[in-house]
Design a protein around this ligand. Structure first.
Ligand code: NDP
Length: 453
């Protein structure tokens, strides 16, 4: 680590203690940006890095709600409004028991760069709660969402801050949140994205992150004159991103052999075809069941429960060509990266945010594989959210084909921007540097234009 990065990180850690994911995300970006600061001393003089790691605003609030037994529960709600230089704050809401302020700061920070890469005018934010929707009834989820929005509504708006879904927040939750916002404000407006089609939603929105991660992989493969046809793929998770990653891989002629949830993973050497995927979607989105049921339905597949004593994830230890981590942060450690490389994986396209730990990233880059970091590869979701905002403003709905084409076009542009920035700054093929630099420059130049605010 250079002296500059070490001293910057020491100050950041002192000021933001006990926020390891935030430290990790900032360090990766600062390491990439050193190359930029050398060429742009004006950014350093304007203290752009110091300003960009400080959220413009953080909102933290109590969320009291009543469960079906009549008991009172208290959760904590957050919204981190990180940077609005290039547009209204935009980023998802996460409902998961592990949610903390530090985790949301990491996600909001990543979102600033990701949103900048999409070419659309969106700033970065992220929010959520330590509420766990797992095992809760629809009524309990609604009670929670209504209480959460009863505070959040005063901080957001279609020109201020437009939240969306993330882990634990899908169509059901967005519906309850939107309903309560509409009731409190007495206005029907595009304040959330990921809405249902009959109330302002966009086609392709649920699919967008997964489809986008696959398009990004296809773009990386195209630089070697290859395609996804015939490629064996490992996918983790079985939520929104994992499901539509699998669907698009199938459409492009690849074969997905794994899916997971926090309880364990399944391996199906025959491939999770469209029929099996439809069953998984019903299991996860309607019955809200566990992935361990899969081998009871489809013979030839195996289920391996999660073993907390292992220092690696066996899901990443199968022969394959491509990996699409689509569950959560830090799900690929250094040993997993070794296993992936040993098993022949040479394309990693991240649908999740920061799923690979820094040692693992270093191994992928050293090995010279096609490694697309989440900041770029998972930007399809927010890109289509941006298009949902445009459709809401125009009061129009674009067709499925039109949306898919626009998404593909945006993923092409993001890939191009990352590829060219990596080359321009002397690290060809390094999409981590490319994404950080290309994402930063647009925000940095705007911050310079807007003065000291
Ligand atoms: P979902 O809640 O729909 O699915 C998450 C999946 O990952 C579930 O299968 C879940 O299993 C598993 N998972 C979550 N946390 C853990 C954990 N700590 N350990 C093991 N497994 C876990 O979320 P999404 O599909 O929406 O999000 C997945 C990833 O993609 C996240 O990193 C998110 O930030 C990122 N992303 C999502 C976008 C979106 O628009 N939805 C946009 C861009 C990025 P279980 O049910 O057992 O918890």
């Amino acid at each position: 680590m250079s002296e500059f990065v070490a001293s910057f990180m020491a100050k950041l850690k002192e000021k933001n203690p006990a926020e390891p994911e935030f430290h990790q995300a900032v360090q990766e970006v600062v390491e990439s940006l050193e190359l930029v600061l050398e060429r742009h001393p004006e950014y350093r003089a304007a203290k752009l890095l110091e300003r960009i790691v400080e959220p413009e605003r953080v909102i933290m609030f109590r969320v009291p709600w009543m469960d079906d037994r009549g008991e009172i529960n208290v959760n904590r709600g957050f919204r981190v409004e990180m940077n609005s230089a290039i547009g209204p704050y935009k980023g998802g809401l996460r409902f998961h028991p592990t949610v903390t302020l530090g985790m949301l700061k990491f996600l909001a920070f990543e979102q600033v760069f990701k949103n900048s890469l999409t070419t659309l005018p969106m700033g970065g934010g992220k929010g959520g709660s330590d509420f766990d929707p797992k095992g809760k009834s629809d009524n309990e989820v609604m009670n929670f969402c209504q209480s959460f929005m009863t505070e959040l509504f005063r901080h957001i708006g279609p020109n201020t801050d437009v939240p969306a879904g993330d882990i634990g927040v899908g169509g059901r939750e967005i519906g309850f949140l939107f309903g309560q916002y509409k009731r409190l404000r007495n206005e029907f407006t595009g304040v959330l994205t990921g809405k249902g089609l009959s109330w302002g939603g966009s086609l392709i929105q649920p699919e967008a992150t997964g489809y986008g991660a696959v398009y990004f992989a296809a773009e990386m493969l195209a630089t070697r004159n290859e395609t996804l046809t015939g490629k064996t793929c490992l996918v983790s998770g079985s939520g929104t991103v994992a499901q539509y990653t699998t669907e698009k891989i199938n459409q492009l002629g690849g074969k997905v052999v794994t899916l997971s949830d926090s309880g364990g993973y399944i391996y199906d050497p025959e491939g999770i075809n469209d029929e099996k995927l439809a069953w998984v979607m019903n299991l996860k989105n309607v019955r809200r069941g566990r992935i361990r049921e899969y081998p009871e339905k489809f013979t030839g597949a195996t289920y391996t429960p999660t073993d907390p004593n292992l220092d690696y994830n066996p899901l990443w230890d199968h022969k394959a060509d491509c990996a699409f981590p689509s569950a959560t942060q830090n799900e690929i450690n250094s040993r997993d990266a070794d296993n992936l490389l040993r098993n022949g994986v040479y394309v990693v396209s991240e649908g999740a945010n920061m799923p690979t730990m820094p040692d693992g990233v270093e191994k992928f880059i050293d090995a010279g594989i096609l490694y697309g970091p989440g900041k770029a590869a998972s930007a399809g979701g927010v890109a289509v959210s941006g298009l949902e905002m445009s459709q809401n403003s125009l009061r129009l709905s674009w067709s499925r084909e039109e949306m898919d084409e626009r998404l593909k076009g945006i993923m092409h542009s993001i890939h191009k921007a990352c590829y060219e920035a990596a080359e321009k700054y002397g690290t060809p093929g390094n999409y981590v540097n490319g994404a950080n630099i290309a994402g930063f420059i647009k925000v940095a130049n705007t911050m310079m234009d807007l003065g000291l605010v």
